[in-house]
Design a protein around this ligand. Structure first.
Ligand SMILES: [Zn+2]
Ligand SMILES: [Zn+2]
Length: 224
């Protein structure tokens, strides 16, 4: 794997571990060991803890999302990493994070697979400098050669999901996305940095299915 510190940027901005501040990498080897790989007793459809497939959350809320894969659990040193990536314009970490997100079977991806990032509202993107989901999506495209489509856009600026309760998130996100392209075909790999309840991903999947997607599987860096 190519080291994320390659290139001139590393001379200007030497990476520091986001969890312990040690110099050398976004996440040092010691802190990386304390990260929990995603897995165990998880719902294969929405990624909730405690289910196997079509869990109690799925039965109430999930109608369109077909599956979810994550690199890590959103816990331990993964939390400050995701936070720094979101709020401190740490776009240089995208390549490393994308490498962690790509499941082995993607190397034999089907021809009709297409990568779609969860969009960010333009005003929020102006404040933050970049859309972290699009940065991850671009890095995954580089590594897999799969096409990427900006198939979704934000319909309205909503209250940030992070400030809302789990229940409120499902209500707040409804209607938040609109088609950003005329149509989409085949199997969509929906890319985001973190999934907390699945509300955002399900709403994106709903719009993508209306646009013609046959299947929508989410690929995220971390799942709560
Ligand atoms: Zn560390
Ligand atoms: Zn589920």
């Amino acid at each position: 794997m190519r080291h994320p510190l390659s290139g001139i940027l590393s001379l200007l901005y030497p990476a520091k571990c986001v969890a312990c501040r040690r110099s050398g990498a976004w996440l040092c080897a010691e802190c990386l060991q304390r990260c929990t790989p995603f897995g165990g007793a998880r719902c294969a459809k929405c990624g909730s803890a405690g289910g196997s497939y079509d869990c109690s959350t799925c039965r109430v809320y999930i109608r369109n999302l077909d599956g979810l894969r994550a690199a890590f659990e959103y816990a331990g040193p993964v939390r400050p990493l995701v936070h720094a990536f979101k709020y401190r314009n740490m776009s240089g970490a995208a390549e490393w994070m994308a490498g962690q997100m790509i499941p082995t079977e993607l190397t034999s991806a089907r021809e009709d697979d297409v990568l779609v990032p969860v969009p960010m509202h333009p005003s929020r993107q102006r404040n933050r400098g970049y859309n972290q989901a699009a940065a991850l999506c671009g890095a995954i495209r580089e590594r897999t050669g799969l096409p990427m489509a900006l198939a979704l856009q934000r319909a309205h600026l909503r209250e940030a999901q992070a400030r809302l309760s789990a229940e409120q998130r499902w209500i707040n996100v409804h209607g938040a996305f609109a088609p950003g392209a005329s149509a989409i075909e085949g199997r969509v790999l929906l890319i985001d940095d973190v999934c907390t309840t699945g509300a955002t991903l399900e709403e994106c999947a709903r719009v993508l299915k209306l646009m013609g997607a046959a299947q929508v599987t989410a690929l995220v860096f971390a799942r709560a």
